[in-house]
Ligand binder design. Structure first.
Ligand code: 5GP
Length: 190
C-alpha cells in the first residue's frame, strides 16, 4: 500500500510544530520529514532530528544537483527544503509522512503527490495573536522577528488553497481536532 503524505503548513508562530510533534506521539505509522536548512541551529535542536543543518554552500550544491522535492528561500539567505532521499527513505519504510513546512513548500509537495496527500492549514485565532506569539518566542533577533511577522501576514491569506483548515485557539481542542482529521484521512482508501 502506498504511504500517505500529511502536510502541515501555517504562518510561522501559528503552532504547527506543536501539533505535528503531538501527532507523532499518537500515530505509530507516522514519520516526520526532516527538512534541510542552512539557518543556524537553535540550542534545543538536533541535527538529523529537527533539521539537517547544512552550510550554505552545501545547500546550494544540493539544489544544483536536483536533490530536493521542493526548496524555498523562506527568509533572506535562509533556505529550507525537502530532500528527495528523505521522502523515499520514509516511504520505503512503509511510513505515512508528516511535513511541517511553509505555505509555498506545502503547495509544491501537494502538486508532486496530488493523489496521496492531505494539506492542512493551521490558522491562528487572529493576526494580532499570531504576532504576539512570535514576539513571545524569544528565539529570534529583532531583525529575524520583523521578517517573520511580515511573512506571516502574507501567508495568512492562503488558507483557501488547502484541503483542510485547523483553527488553533485552545491548544487542547486543536490537538483533538487534528487527531480526528488524521484518523479519518489515514483510514480512507485512496
Ligand atoms: P523555522 O526556522 O521556524 O524552523 O522554520 C521557518 C519556516 O520554514 C517554517 O514555516 C517552516 O515550516 C518552514 N520550513 C521548514 N522546513 C521546510 C521545508 O522543507 N520546505 C519549506 N518550503 N519550508 C520549510
Amino acid at each position: 500500500m502506498q504511504g500517505k503524505l500529511i502536510i502541515f503548513t501555517a504562518p510561522s508562530g501559528a503552532g504547527k510544530t506543536t501539533i505535528v510533534r503531538h501527532l507523532l506521539t499518537v500515530f505509530d505509522s507516522l514519520a516526520f520529514s526532516v527538512s534541510a536548512t542552512n539557518r543556524p541551529k537553535r540550542e534545543h535542536e538536533t541535527h538529523g532530528k529537527d533539521y539537517y543543518f547544512l552550510s550554505t554552500a552545501e545547500f546550494r550544491e544540493r539544489v544544483k544537483n536536483g536533490e530536493f522535492v521542493e526548496w524555498e528561500e523562506v527568509y533572506d539567505n535562509q533556505y529550507y527544503g525537502t530532500l528527495k532521499t528523505e521522502v523515499e527513505r520514509l516511504l520505503s519504510l512503509g511510513k505515512n509522512i508528516i511535513f511541517d513546512i511553509d505555505v509555498k513548500g506545502a503547495t509544491n509537495i501537494k502538486r508532486e503527490y496530488p493523489d496521496n496527500s492531505l494539506a492542512v492549514f493551521v490558522k491562528p485565532p487572529s493576526p494580532e495573536i499570531l504576532f504576539e506569539r512570535l514576539r513571545n518566542r524569544k528565539t529570534e533577533s529583532e531583525e529575524s522577528l520583523r521578517k517573520r511577522i511580515t511573512r506571516a501576514a502574507r501567508e495568512l491569506e492562503y488558507e483557501e488553497s488547502f484541503d483542510a483548515v485547523l483553527l488553533n485557539d485552545v491548544l487542547e481542542e486543536t490537538l483533538k481536532n487534528a487527531e480526528l482529521l488524521l484518523k479519518k484521512y489515514l483510514t480512507e482508501t485512496i
